[in-house]
Each structure stands twice: as C-alpha cells, then as structure tokens.
Design a protein around this ligand. Structure first.
Ligand code: 8DG
Length: 192
C-alpha cells in the first residue's frame, strides 16, 4: 500500500512541478515567439544594523508601493552593474559591493513575459539616500517593514533576506494584487 505523503513531500513535489512547468515554458520560447520571454531585473536593498532602506515608487510599475531600488538590466550590462546603476539613479547611493540574496520569477496571467528579478543587499555603500523623480527613500526598522503598502509577495521572502538567508521563489499573479500560485526555497548559503 502506498504511504500518505507528508506536507513537506507534497510541498517538494509541487515545487518540482512548478519548476518543470516554468522550464518547459521558457524552453518553448525559443521556438514560439508567442510563448514566455524573460525580462531580467534587479532589486537592491541598502542595509544597516536593525534597519533597511525602502523607497516609495513615485511612477511606473509598482507605483505607490514601498520597495527596494532597481529596474531592467540594459543590453551589454552585467546584472550587478545594472543593480548598482539603478540604485545610484533612483536614490543617489553608490554600492561598493553587493550580496546576492534571492532570485524570484514572476508570472502574470495573460502576459507571456516572465520577470526574473535578482535581489541583492548591500551593507557597504557611499552617500546618503536622496529623493529622485522615481523614488522617495525612507529607512524602516526591520520590525516595521510596511508590508501592507508593498508588493504582496514581499512578506513571504523578506524574512529570509532579513535573516541573511539566500532564497529562490516563484509567484504567479493575477493583476497586481492577487497571488494565484507560489513556491519558495531557502538556500543553505548565507548572504554575507
Ligand atoms: N519587492 C518587489 N519588487 C518587485 C516585484 N515585482 C517587480 O518587478 N519588482 C521590482 C523589480 C524592479 O526593481 C522593479 C520594476 O522595475 P521597473 O519597471 O521600475 O524598471 P525600470 O526602472 O528599468 O523601468 P523604467 O520605468 O525605467 O522603464 O520592481 C515584487 O513583486 N516585489
């Protein structure tokens, strides 16, 4: 007789199925232009002991939500160079070094584009944050992160980042507010 699966095993199976579905979708993109395409983006969090820098997005995608700083990686640019450029452009901060924190794939129902967001943090930076046309920066205590005014997935992966743990995650959205499907996997490595 087959034994019932534990919750952990069910989660693992679901995770593997999701990964396979995403892989299949991405593989097929090279053959069929109507299928999934990837857009590579960055997201950077400036950290200090006990607090984290967020910015209120003033325009465009994610407007009205607190977030880290980042955006699309440009042609010919490395992912970390793109991350540093966006951080500087959006709040005037220069990161001397970045730690890789997470990798999140976002899918939006009805949109063939998968957003591949590379999440970083930095403890090693120059210049005080300044407001720009795109972002209004503000420090938040690690225990006062305003999840109610952020992307809804953030409350699930922020704790991993705040605890210095690397993670990989997937979120499928319907519109901007509803998560239909997701998984998250913590890596064993520390971020710094
Ligand atoms: N915290 C969080 N960040 C997200 C989510 N989804 C998502 O794209 N982001 C981030 C990744 C990027 O840093 C940012 C979106 O980039 P953007 O569209 O502003 O890129 P950009 O500055 O190059 O855009 P543009 O206006 O200059 O064309 O939002 C999410 O669910 N949670």
């Amino acid at each position: 007789m087959e034994r019932a699966l534990s919750t952990e095993e069910i989660k693992k199976e679901r995770h593997q199925e999701n990964e396979k579905a995403l892989r299949d979708k991405l593989m097929s993109s090279s053959h069929q232009s109507s299928m999934a395409m990837k857009k590579v983006l960055t997201l950077v969090f400036v950290r200090e002991p006990g607090r984290i820098l967020l910015g209120m997005k003033k325009r465009g995608f994610g407007q009205g939500r607190w977030n880290g700083f980042g955006g699309k990686v440009e042609k010919g640019e490395s992912i970390t160079d793109g991350a540093k450029r966006e951080l500087l452009e959006e709040c005037g901060v220069t990161a001397k070094s970045l730690n890789e924190v997470g990798l999140i794939n976002f899918e939006f129902v009805g949109d063939p584009v998968i957003l591949e967001v590379h999440v970083f943090d930095t403890w090693d930076y120059m210049n005080s944050p300044v407001e720009t046309e795109e972002m209004r920066p503000q420090w938040y205590g690690e225990k006062e992160v305003p999840f109610g005014e952020m992307w809804p997935d953030d409350e699930y992966w922020f704790p991993h980042m705040l605890n210095g743990k690397k993670f990989e995650a997937y979120y499928k959205f319907e519109g901007m507010d509803k998560i239909l499907d997701s998984w998250i996997k913590e890596k064993t490595e520390q971020t710094s």
